[in-house]
Ligand binder design. Structure first.
Ligand code: ZN
Length: 295
């Protein structure tokens, strides 16, 4: 089953809801970055949140979520877009902390409880939109919720979770985002809040075989849901040998000559997907010619 996200409306359009099964997406991240369980949960949760924020954008629009906390995970950077593509990395992928006091992966311990949560949106305008809020939890779901409330003035509930197996592989990963539109009455909000308290983690519901549609029905406490769209999601990086080549060209001819003389080649590694690109001496000579404006 491939990963997908559903978008829906409920309560007469006063509630907008999203749910995503990102199991294979987070699993591919885990394999590419060889993340250990705490890092997998921290980066995976951020990817799930970014996918749902991305689902509010139009197709070609993009966003970046940066979490810079004071914990041992170091920085987390995730890119997503309106088409369901996501990629990301964490400064310290080899992080495995003891479980927290409730027996769960200690994401707060990894991220830290102080620092900044930043979202940058490229909406195809001259200037990107940038919003920033302090880290309020470090568990990530609450940080997305706080960001949406404060920076985007959208009262929301965001849940993101990753279930990691004992061998560090990803068992399930997914999340939900529920947004209350202006004019919604208090009863609706109360009902959803009650429902959220009683709902298990999304990764557990996915593990029980629930679909994103069923999860939303449970979360919203109603069958009166209008499903608007079902969008496939995936781990996808847009790097290429040409893109890194352009970066090498920008170093200038002297620097490229030094790479030829000293290393007889070069290797570039993409931070987002860990793909490696090799440049032979002949490749570098070609790039040097381009850097000198000969092409
Ligand atoms: Zn890449």
């Amino acid at each position: 089953m491939t990963d997908y996200l559903v978008k829906a409306l409920a309560y007469g359009g006063f509630v907008r809801a999203y749910a995503v099964d990102a199991t294979e997406t987070v699993a591919e991240m885990q394999r590419r970055h060889d993340t250990w369980n705490t890092a997998s949960a921290a980066l995976g949760r951020t990817m799930i949140g970014a996918l749902m924020l991305g689902a509010t954008l139009k197709g070609d629009d993009k966003l970046t979520v940066k979490i810079n906390g004071n914990g041992p995970a170091g920085g987390i950077i995730v890119d997503s877009n309106g088409k369901g593509d996501v990629k990301g990395y964490i400064k310290n992928p080899h992080l495995s902390l003891p479980l927290n006091e409730v027996g769960k992966i200690d994401v707060r311990g990894a991220v830290g409880n102080e620092g900044m949560f930043t979202v940058i949106k490229d909406l195809g305008l001259k200037e990107p939109f940038s919003g920033q809020t302090p880290i309020v939890s470090g568990e990530i779901g609450e940080d997305f919720t706080y960001y949406l409330a404060v920076s985007e003035q959208t009262p929301s509930a965001v849940g993101v979770s990753v279930l990691v197996d004992t061998d560090d592989s990803i068992k399930t990963a997914g999340g939900f985002m529920i947004q209350i539109m202006p004019g919604a009455n208090d009863e609706v909000i109360d009902q959803i809040e009650e429902q959220l308290k009683e709902t298990a983690r999304i990764s557990s519901l996915l593990d029980q075989g629930q679909t994103p549609e069923e999860i939303l029905q449970g979360l919203l406490g109603t069958n009166d849901i209008e499903f608007l769209e079902k969008m496939p999601v995936r781990f996808k990086c847009d790097c290429s040998k040409e893109k890194f080549g352009a970066a090498i060209i920008s170093l200038g001819p002297d620097e490229i000559q030094a790479m030829i003389d000293e290393d007889h080649g070069a290797e570039a590694v993409c931070a987002f997907c860990n793909n490696k690109y090799e440049y032979s001496e002949a490749d570098l000579m070609e790039l040097k010619r381009e850097a000198m404006g000969e092409k």
